[in-house]
Design a protein around this ligand. Structure first.
Ligand SMILES: C[S@@+](CC[C@H](N)C(=O)[O-])C[C@H]1O[C@@H](n2cnc3c(N)ncnc32)[C@H](O)[C@@H]1O
Length: 268
């Protein structure tokens, strides 16, 4: 269970956010396997600092993100279950005839931070966020969750999520992260416009103009790949676009989407 997170006032919230930031710094400072393991266990039991979004958001316009094909795979390595990654588990993966380059949970970590930390989200425009893993597990991420900043702690939280199927803020009994049933399309509003992103698309657009032209009556749903290689499933998308002449990282693409929407909705 995640430790209760009761926000009783701004002072308390500020203090807790400060504490969590200090904690992050300590994580990078401290060394030693035991200390790392202790920190990792702590991270699994505590999602620090959940900012509260502004409640004066009146416009219905908003955005939904779907991160497709995220590399989040649990395996028993030695005596413990872990989220596989290409750095720490290269030998394990080779032994199991897997290409280490395919195990890149850092991509979805960076993509989530790019979305959740954006001014767009802070302004309350993120309607929903979904992650679908390579194995087809669909996860709903609440827009106000504060993701762990360090990769190790992120993996700890993802491990707990995939094993227990949810992570709650116990003070509100609300599930901040939870595994939900497929397909993702059943959670999308009827008026949604689903836009898939790939460098391989022949439709190269200037994203600022593209989103500026989109009607605020439709909820824009951006589908971005969170994998190292390959393409997203474009079957359920209404449009399939490329946003640069260069192959970009998922986090960079998301940065472009957020910037374009922040310009459109005058978010500074
Ligand atoms: C590391 S890339 C995956 C590479 C993959 N070959 C591709 O282009 O789809 C992660 C994701 O970023 C997005 N992406 C990367 N470059 C892009 C571009 N120039 N235009 C649109 N989307 C892009 C795609 O959604 C892609 O799935």
């Amino acid at each position: 269970m995640v430790r209760p997170y009761a926000v009783k006032g701004l002072k308390r919230k500020k203090r807790e956010v400060e504490e969590s930031e200090e904690d992050d710094e300590k994580t990078t400072e401290l060394g030693g396997e035991e200390e790392d393991e202790r920190k990792e266990n702590e991270a699994v039991h505590d999602l620090p600092g959940i900012p509260i979004l502004p409640s004066d958001e009146k416009s219905k316009a908003g955005v939904i993100f779907i991160l497709e094909r995220a590399s989040l795979e649990v395996a028993k390595v030695g005596k413990t279950y872990q989220i596989l990654n290409s750095d720490d588990h290269a030998n394990f993966l080779r032994k199991h005839k897997r290409n280490p380059a395919d195990c890149r949970p850092d991509i979805v970590h960076q993509a989530l931070l790019a979305i959740l930390d954006s001014p767009l989200n802070k302004a309350g425009k993120l309607r929903a966020l979904y992650v679908k893993t390579e194995k087809g597990v669909l996860v709903e991420v609440k827009p106000y969750v504060r993701m762990p900043r360090t990769f190790k702690r992120f993996c700890g939280v993802m491990l707990q999520l995939l094993q227990k199927h949810s992570i709650s803020a116990t003070s509100k009994r609300e599930k901040l992260l939870r595994v939900i049933k497929n397909p993702v399309t059943k959670y999308l509003p009827v008026n949604s416009r689903k836009i898939g992103l790939s460098h391989s698309s022949e439709k190269l657009v200037q994203l600022r103009d593209y989103v500026a032209a989109a009607s605020d009556d439709a909820t824009l749903v951006f589908v971005v790949g969170a994998m190292a290689h390959g393409k997203i499933d474009k079957e359920y998308t209404d449009d399939f676009i490329s946003v640069s002449g260069y192959p970009l990282s998922a986090a960079c693409c998301i940065g472009r989407i957020c910037n374009a929407l922040e310009l459109k909705w005058k978010i500074l």
